[in-house]
Design a protein around this ligand. Structure first.
Ligand code: FDA
Length: 392
């Protein structure tokens, strides 16, 4: 007998939705092309899954319609998910900035969702790639790559984004949206390392592995977190965060010593430590390799005492206001998320149902709602999955 609801995608959003809909007595089948459920959960948060953020609010989400996520986040928020995690006896801790991680392993979160599904009789079929969907008068018909055909009354699309293609990410959900007349907002990699070319690349590569707390700004947005030099350019939380706001050709303003005015420090040191080289002076505040690179590339040989105001100003600028134009991003290969997706104007923000196609729902990352780094994307998956599960 056909299920009432088919959920395409056994990721965070799909499993949450299946458990909630099953608890309402619906017969639910979750299909996933992969051979295991929750693969992105497994690799998330360095294997410990940053499953939510205590500070989650609409302000930490990017979308063409920033108001769209308000309803779902307020109906099922971080405290609801924490209660679920605690009911399953999963130990957790706050790492930093409200980010909650499992003490043990990310696989505990997948096991918890599978247990919730099992308890309400929601079925899971793996190695089941959905190839084609058709809508009839009474619901939907799905064709799997195995050739099997299954029908359902309601269809929930939880196919995720394009990041990490080698883990089986597909554009199926986006194609399905278009097939049913829903618009898409432009897709691009988010929470992704930025790359350099030319001299900047050489400079970053020479510093590969060096990390500093930094303030990174682009347009009107700024993040103060760690920055990491890599052999391709820049990474680290501050860069991943700003990458979601950066566009090709855009300039980043980077403060490598936030909270300190390097010009003031240099002027004072010119009086009191005049014999010190610029390189050794900077090394009092910055990692030695970075201090040397900044002094070398700016050609500040000699003692501080002999440097003019103008030279001090330029040296201070390279620390407090380093201006760089990345050449690009590392792309979907390493991006944590896909920005853009199913245009929210075609969805009901309370239920995630397509306004023009009754019975069709889109949840999780496939929707044009993308969170900051720090547990926000999983919170969106739980919130949107829960909302669809309430009504599908
Ligand atoms: P998700 O991608 O999880 O699931 C989609 C599923 O659909 C997949 O299992 C796929 O196989 C299946 N599928 C696709 N097409 C199909 C088809 N045609 N037929 C059948 N099945 C199909 N976020 C966070 O909040 N905290 C964190 O710690 C991290 N860490 C992190 C690390 C890394 C390395 C990455 C890449 C990402 C993160 N994220 C994160 C982001 C987070 O993993 C992501 O936002 C959610 O997993 C999205 O959940 P979804 O359920 O929407 O999609």
């Amino acid at each position: 007998m056909d299920p009432d609801i088919i959920v395409i995608g056994a990721g965070a959003a799909g499993m949450m939705c299946a458990a909630v809909a099953g608890a309402r007595g619906r017969k639910v089948l979750v299909l996933d092309a992969a051979s295991a459920p929750g693969e992105k959960i497994r690799i998330s948060g360095g294997g410990r899954c940053n499953f939510t953020n205590l500070q989650a609010s609409p302000a930490q989400f990017l979308s063409a319609n920033p108001h769209f996520c308000i309803s779902a986040l307020s109906r099922y928020g971080p405290s609801d998910f924490i209660a679920l995690v605690e009911r399953h006896g999963i130990a957790w801790h706050e790492k930093t900035l409200g980010q909650l991680f499992c003490d043990g392993s990310a696989t505990q979160i997948t096991a918890m969702l599978l247990a919730e599904m099992k308890q309400v009789g929601a079925a899971l079929r793996l190695n089941a790639q959905v190839q084609y969907v058709e809508k009839g008068p009474d619901g939907f018909t799905l064709q799997l790559s195995s050739g099997d055909i299954i029908g359902c009354r309601a269809l929930v699309v939880a196919t995720g984004g394009l990041s990490i293609p080698k883990m089986g990410a597909t554009d199926f959900g986006y194609r399905l949206a278009r097939q049913f007349g829903l618009a898409l907002t432009p897709l691009r990699p988010g929470l992704v390392p930025l790359t350099f070319a030319g001299d900047l690349l050489e400079q970053a590569a020479a510093l590969s592995g060096v990390a500093v707390p930094a303030r990174v700004a682009c347009g009107g947005t700024a993040f103060e977190e760690a920055l990491l030099f890599t052999h391709r350019g820049l990474s680290g939380p501050a860069i991943l965060q700003i990458s979601s706001y950066w566009r090709e050709g855009g300039t980043l303003g980077i403060d490598l010593l936030p909270g300190a005015d390097m010009l003031d420090l240099l002027r004072a040191a010119r009086q009191t430590q005049g014999k010190l080289s610029a390189h050794n002076f900077l090394a009092q505040y910055l990692p030695r390799r970075l201090a040397k690179e900044l002094a070398d590339t700016s050609d500040y040989a000699g003692a501080l005492g002999g440097l003019s105001d103008d030279r001090l100003r330029r040296l201070a600028g390279s620390v407090n206001d380093w201006r760089v134009v990345p050449s690009g991003t590392e792309g979907y290969r390493t991006a944590e998320v896909t920005l853009g997706g199913v245009d929210t104007s075609g969805l009901d923000s309370r239920t995630m149902q397509a306004r023009a196609v009754p019975g069709l729902y889109f949840i999780g990352e496939v929707v044009d709602v993308t969170g900051w780094l720090g547990g926000y994307n999983f919170q969106w998956a739980w919130s949107s999955g829960w909302c669809a599960g309430q009504v599908a």
